[in-house]
Ligand binder design. Structure first.
Ligand code: SAM
Length: 360
């Protein structure tokens, strides 16, 4: 049996593409209400834009080793992203986050930040990064109009960090965090994917970072995605367990003074400068209060992180659609955004292979 060759995955399978929704030939004429509401009455005001599917790290739970990247021409140009962002903000989006892949590996990202920063309706412009290139960009990003950053950092131990990222340099990330603070990007949030047997023993060390640094450390439950189920098996650590570990170091008081539009619970260590948050997509779903949609690097409007349905905006955009047509497509998306994703442990929610494909 071992001689039977493995079936070669098709390019789409390797890339784990979403399912492009057929849009009715004649879209209903939807009133431009100045806000984007879906059919369940949720107000969608938050857009996450993936600027590239590529990354300079290979976190073992995130990017499969045989990932097939988008080709250059498949990725939206900065001008195309900025145009869509203008239409989204005109329709009701108020917050944008740039993500990926790793947004700082795309050259000239400041040009996009500047274009988005000038959108009159936009109230918040943020970026998610692994921090490796942040020290070199923090100042210019701030100057271009970026308000804040989230930095992903799963270990404070250089060896473990290099292992989980397959080669990443923890020192560069720590430098990047300090550069972001020095540049006045606020708040700086540090996202830690909690994994049993890997970094659960570091919960208190991460919490101590908030004692003298004005940062927000957020622990995120690992989600069962794509090919990394091998790593994810038995890695789940609940927020309650992490809270208990931190309480061994000192008292933790609930607080709610953190900027953002995400579904996190926040605490502060007594006397600490920063805060500690918990994002629990597995143990508490947030679908009822979902306020977001995603634009993939390939120009697909993804309606739910764990639902495969996408609306192709790139084809009409490149075929000369005017702003009204594109806005109608976006509004059509609101009529088909799913109510919830029913993500459960041991069960991949969808055909998604990695968050890098859609902008995690
Ligand atoms: N490169 C940027 C970064 O590192 O933040 C943005 C993209 S990365 C895909 C966004 C976040 O998704 C990271 O914090 C990463 O740890 C998280 N992530 C990726 N796969 C995940 C999974 N299976 N469960 C939970 N979080 C995941």
């Amino acid at each position: 049996l071992s001689a039977v060759p493995a079936i070669e995955a098709t390019r789409a399978e390797k890339h784990g593409k979403g399912r492009t929704l057929a849009v009715p030939g004649r879209l209903p004429v939807l009133p431009s209400a100045g806000s984007l509401d879906d059919r369940f009455g949720r107000r969608i005001h938050y857009l996450r834009i993936s600027v590239t599917d590529r990354c300079n790290l290979r976190c073992v739970y995130c990017i499969p080793n045989d990932m097939e990247w988008l080709r250059k021409g498949e990725i939206l140009s900065y001008e195309e992203i900025a145009r869509l962002a203008r239409i989204f903000t005109g329709a009701g989006v108020r917050r944008i986050r740039l993500t990926g892949g790793e947004p700082l590996v795309r050259s000239g990202i400041e040009r996009l930040v500047r274009a988005l920063g000038s959108l009159p309706e936009l109230e918040d412009l943020a970026l998610s990064t692994n921090g490796i290139l942040l020290a070199a960009h923090a100042e210019s990003l701030r100057e271009a109009g970026l308000r804040r950053v989230n930095v992903s950092m799963d270990s404070l131990d250089a060896g473990k960090f290099a292992a989980i990222t397959q080669g990443g340099d923890l020192g560069k990330v720590l430098e990047g965090i300090d550069a972001a603070l020095a540049a006045g990007l606020r708040p700086v949030k540090i996202n830690v994917v909690a994994a049993r047997g890997f970094n659960d023993s570091e919960a208190a060390d991460f919490a101590r970072l908030t004692l003298d640094r004005d940062v927000v450390v957020r622990f995120i439950e690992i989600m069962p995605l794509g090919d990394s189920r091998e790593f994810q098996a038995d890695r789940f650590v609940s927020a309650d367990e992490i809270i208990e570990r931190i309480r061994e170091v000192g008292p933790l008081d609930p607080c709610d003074d953190v900027t953002g539009s995400g579904p996190a619970r926040y605490f502060r260590m007594r006397g600490g400068r920063g805060t500690i948050g918990f994002i629990t997509p597995m143990s508490h779903t947030f679908c009822e209060t979902c306020n977001r949609v995603r634009l993939t690097a390939a120009g697909q409007l993804r309606l739910c992180l764990f639902g495969d349905d996408e609306i192709d905006l790139r084809t009409p955009l490149r075929a000369g659609a005017d702003d009204h047509e594109l806005e109608r497509l976006i509004r059509f998306g609101m009529t088909v955004k799913p109510e919830s994703h029913h993500l459960q442990h041991g069960m991949a929610g969808c055909g998604l292979r990695a968050l890098s494909q859609v902008g995690g």
